[in-house]
Write a protein that binds this ligand. Sequence first.
Ligand code: MSP
Length: 505
Amino acid sequence: MRFYITTPIYYVNATPTLGNAYTTAITDILVRHQRQRGADTFFLTGVDEHATKVWRVAEEQGLEAQEYADRIAVPWRELAPRLNAEPDFFIRTSDDGHKSFVREFLQRMYDNGDIYQDVYAGWYCVGCEEFKGEEELTEDGLCPIHLTKAEWIEEKNWFFRLSAYQERLLSLYDERPELVLPDFRYNEARSFIAGGLRDFSISRAGQPWGIPLPWDESQVAYVWADALVNYVSALTYARPGEDLRERFWPAVHHVLGKDILRFHCVYWPAMLLSAGYEPPQQLFVHGFLLLDGSKISKSVGDRVDPLDLIDIYGADALRYWMARAISFGHDGNASIDGIRERYESELADDLGNLLSRTTAMVAQYRAGSLRRGTTEPPLDFGALGADVAARLDRFDVTGALDALWEGVRALNQYVTAEAPWQLAKDEANAARLDGVLYNLVDGLTALTVALAAFLPETAPHILAALQQSDDLSWDRVRNGVAQEVDGIAAAKPLFPKIEPPAAAA
Ligand code: MSP
């Protein structure tokens, strides 16, 4: 099975926000999980540099656009590793490999007769980097998202004949009911297409920052016509001497926010068809993580630096909070205090304590030796694993984590119900005590393997404390996976208390 997954490439007009960290972290959870299931995976992320807003910020700072982009690319490249995310490639749209591929790609669309010259006269929102119809603006001519004035543009541009693709896109949607998830986003994209498609400009005149069109070097590619192509271009040069297109195209799953649905679910498949490529296998559109009611956005200005939160709580805790605090796929309101609450009550108390008490009891009552015993396990972990895998196949990251947390809580309840400290008082209960302790270690091992995609840094610590193999293959999410071992010692706290109180926001 092949599984290629992408995040959008981020505009570099400012440093990363928590909203961008959200997309990257969740995408990493999805790809790690598929890798555990044995898929041949590729995870792409990166930055979108040729935007008008990037060019303007560079000008404001008195820098050449390329120099500005080179500087700001550094914190962007660091974002994924700081989040414990492991992309296979980090693309920059100023990479030579990308630039030459975009020219080739657009040339194919041109040769296919899908590109023509016309005059664009209309509005443009630099925040959205999007041409806007009058009806999309407020009465005062503001972009309703950025609340900034749209700019009037009148220039001779090259247009893509999107309207010619309406029928093909509709058939694609009809043939592939899972092309776009969740369902309500599929419906949104399909009705946009059914409502009639307008050709759009794929070039800009009068802006030197961008990729010149091969047949008209006086114009540069419109930033979206450049950026979307990254999903294919990266495959051609990510591994020198190797073309990954055969392996990973079209086995691609695009993860994106709802604000860029049209570009991905409508424009992009049409561009691919025009250039002679298969459309993507699947697109998952997620909602916004709202912090105390507002979207965290670079251009709106209310930012939370994800790196501050990582410094306080650690990357795993941040990943956990992002996956659990709001339902992935929907908008959700979270509060910064919520990270602390979940860190203390769920990560430290539910999971951390489960490990501490389990290891402490094996150490105290069995001198560190784990033996199977004959006691029935409290849960069918194989069934839980199948449920979690099915949810993650549908990108239900939050549902999967909720189900796993039920498992963590069930094991804690099992401790309370079985009260090993009582069993330990009477030698006649020895076999039962062995069985209960085994079930705890075994259940925690299975859960840890399943949680590893969410908590990649923590999972190996748990397995090591339980003296269990660090193999994360998904077939270890079942009952009876733990080995009989000796030498289990009381584990150190997984999520230590954080002092002094966090002042993150
Ligand atoms: N450069 C384009 C994407 C080009 S992809 C070919 C872009 N960049 S962006 O930096 O503005 O946004 C990137 C992604 O971050 C989008 O999917 C957007 O939805 C997401 N998010 C930004 N803030 C967010 C939240 N507060 N919550 C969830 N996602 C958010 O668009």
